[in-house]
Design a protein around this ligand. Structure first.
Ligand SMILES: [Zn+2]
Ligand SMILES: [Zn+2]
Length: 128
């Protein structure tokens, strides 16, 4: 059912738009300590595949409970929607990014499979 048609979603206040290259095939409800507090539902893409024109204006959070976090959580500065996690070092265009789908129109995510990654309960260092 996944198509290669780009999709755009906006945060609640419509300040931040996110365009991804196609409908996700899977949404991961990560159970690590960070993601479960946000109730995030991640779709994964590459740095080069995603467009977030306001990315540099987003509020950033790096977790403090791991030595050197390898990604940064990004929020709308107006409505505080969690938009994505982005690699701390985004120099690799093939690097993975996580886009939070919980603010997307549910009609755009019809029939997309969801996974709950229970294994992350054991690995507290993992994010995304
Ligand atoms: Zn917003
Ligand atoms: Zn997580």
């Amino acid at each position: 059912m996944a198509t290669d048609t780009p999709m755009t979603a906006t945060c609640h206040c419509k300040t931040v738009a996110v365009t991804v290259p196609k409908k996700p095939e899977l949404i991961n409800e990560c159970q690590c300590t960070v993601c479960r507090s946000y109730r995030a539902g991640w779709a994964y893409y590459t740095v080069e595949g995603v467009s977030i024109p306001k990315l540099k204006d987003l509020k950033k959070y790096s977790r403090k409970d791991v030595g050197k976090p390898n990604n940064v959580f990004c929020f709308c500065p107006e409505c505080y929607c969690l938009v994505c996690w982005w690699p701390a070092d985004a120099s690799d265009p093939k690097g993975e990014v996580g886009i939070n789908t919980t603010f997307w129109d549910p009609k755009d995510l019809e029939y997309v499979e969801r996974r709950i990654s229970w294994e992350d309960l054991q690995d507290t260092s993992r994010t995304g």
